[in-house]
Design a protein around this ligand. Structure first.
Ligand code: ATP
Length: 242
């Protein structure tokens, strides 16, 4: 059974067809990269996978559950981080993690928060209001929050966009370790092609809401006769074809 199965997914806004008949699967234990230029439909797709947006049509199955009928069963076993969703700013970092921990019914919450604070270098920040943190510090809190319930499926929208190179590298290692330790599946939307090459087993290149191409990063690089995923991305993004 796949972690995610998306079939003929469509999201039509009044003035934009954001997702246009999208189909893909994420195999268990794999990391799938969702790539595409600005406005390609990545965030809209992730929002539908999370049940935050209702699809215009199509079907989403997450961890065996049809999201239209049984999304709470799936949501309990998944989590996400996104720069577009901010944590309550007046609550401290610890209070934020406690609120989410209770929502997810996390056992031994204090210990879990301590582990994640250490892992994401947040220990010194636990008593600070979340709203006062820098962009990179907020990102680390969002990542800690995303692992609170030890999800089987993690949806990450540009997880390292605001991190300095050292912290970005550290976070990528943490995500790899989490996947190896738990067998979790990860969907990763990213504009960082070096990150995609390092982390992703498979990538899906979106353009105007559709799949422009897909494959393992090394296969795409060979197929397009390029040096790296940055070049493959530019080639697909600049070509006329979808
Ligand atoms: N709430 C909304 N209402 C109307 N149109 C929207 C809304 N959200 C997104 N869109 C449109 O849907 C399309 C896809 O946007 P989306 O945010 O999914 O792209 P993206 O691939 O995540 O882009 P980026 O890399 O810039 O974050 C765009 O044309 C955008 O203008």
């Amino acid at each position: 059974m796949e972690a995610i199965r998306v079939e003929n997914l469509v999201k039509r806004y009044p003035k934009a067809l954001a997702v246009d008949n999208l189909s893909f699967t994420l195999e268990r234990g794999q990391i799938l990269g969702l790539l595409g230029g600005n406005g390609a439909g990545k965030t809209t797709t992730i929002s539908m996978l999370l049940g935050l947006l209702v699809p215009t049509s199509g079907r989403i199955t997450v961890l065996g559950h049809d999201m239209a009928k049984n999304r709470f069963a799936a949501l309990a076993r998944m989590n996400f981080s996104s720069p577009y969703i901010s944590l309550p700013g007046r609550l401290t970092v610890r209070e934020n993690l406690e609120v989410y921990g209770h929502l997810y019914n996390v056992p031994k919450l204090k210990t879990r928060i301590g582990q994640l604070a250490e892992q994401f270098r947040l220990t010194e920040l636990l008593t600070r209001p979340a709203g006062d943190l820098s962009a990179g510090q907020k990102t680390r809190v969002a990542l800690a929050k995303s692992l609170l319930n030890q999800p089987d499926l993690l949806l990450l929208d540009e997880p390292t966009a605001s991190l300095d190179p050292d912290t970005g590298d550290y976070v990528r290692t943490a995500l790899e370790d989490y996947r190896v330790a738990t067998g979790a599946s990860i969907l990763l939307a990213s504009h960082n092609m070096a990150e995609v090459e390092r982390l992703c087993d498979h990538v899906l290149m979106m353009k105007q809401g559709r799949v422009a191409d897909h494959g393992a990063p090394e296969d795409l690089i060979t197929r397009y006769g390029r040096e790296d995923m940055e070049e493959v991305f530019l080639h697909i993004a600049r070509s006329e074809a979808i």
